[in-house]
Design a protein around this ligand. Sequence first.
Ligand code: HMG
Ligand code: MG
Length: 361
Amino acid sequence: MQSLGRIRLPEPARVARHQYRILSDHPSCVRPKYQSYSTASICNDTAGPPQYVKIVEVGPRDGLQNEEKAVAAADKIRFVKMLAEAGCPAVEVTSFVSPEWVPALADAAEVMSEIALWKKSMDHLAAEAPATEFSVLTPNLKFFNAALRAGADEVAIFGSASEAFSIKNINCSVDDSIDRFREVLSAAKQNDIPVRGYVSCVLGCPYQGHVPPSAVARLSDQLAEMGCREISLGDTIGVGTPEQTVGMLREVQSAVDISVLAVHFHDTYGQALANIYAAVKEGISIVDSSAAGLGGCPYASGASGNVATEDLVYMLHGMGIETGIDMEKLIDASDFICKVLDQPTKSKAALAISSAMKRSS
Ligand code: HMG
Ligand code: MG
């Protein structure tokens, strides 16, 4: 049994610390254009699971973008700070998008500016603890400039492997989106801001159904070629299964090095954790997730939340993979936002750990 604060957890939650080593000079690791500590390529000499997985916490953005209940900016800010204090290496804070189309994130400038100020005030601690990177979604140059003014560390552009989803989501074709993204990449380079690229609908589209893996590989290749330091492959509607995940990843790997690929699973059909397990076994070392399993997409009706960060951390630590995240503090952050939203957590690990804590107190 492992001790976690006041309670004791079963074996699988044990964290294998200090086992990973940074191999950014290893020939199998591509050094991304804008590399920093948290995206240094951490990989094994041989194929197989990595020893460290970087978790990108998307709860404040993907988790809250589709919420009908209004969440005050102050609560969003507190949620982001709690996630950073739990040790999340990267937190997606909000989106700079049309407030008409995504009203839940209309306060993006206020939230991001406050977080940037907070981070600056903690600069003196940076040597002791690695700082969290705070990113935001930006679909075009206009919104990139707003994100820059608000002090985002990183921006994410978001394209789609499905033509139909691209039009519904960002109001333009895949080819036109590439032109818009090039403008963002060019401005980001001038301002020394790293860019993450999303590819949505990698295992299915709510409008066109099947999406060929070759379309995922093609867009991933274009995003890598234009300078994205990370490419996150999103199963937006959570329809994929592990075998499909592996097939898609192998196709994408023929175009883009695995060290810059991330996976992003929604859990609509309960496949997210199984898919992540398969992806990590393939050598994926960056995984997106959402505290309490919050989430959904306004343009993918019926899609449920992302995999819960607590469940992901529990599984990875059980595999002996380091994440740097403190489970107890993570659950505190999830409890906080669930109370604000007045809804229960979707994380089974959080439920089990919280009830074990109650029993032992
Ligand atoms: P734009 O094309 O620049 O349009 O917006 P505009 O703001 O200049 O407006 C032009 C006209 O197009 C207006 O109509 C708009 O209402 C309309 P008019 O007033 O002239 O009659 N319009 C639209 N119509 C239908 N659908 C639309 C739309 N947008 C504008 N979507 C922009 C482009 C990207 C800014 C805008 O479409 C937007 O803000 N979209 C929101 C995108 C978003 O935030 N989606 C959720 C995040 S992506 C996601 O969740 C997936 C991810 O998690 C990965 C995964 O799970 O796979 C990242
Ligand atoms: Mg998503």
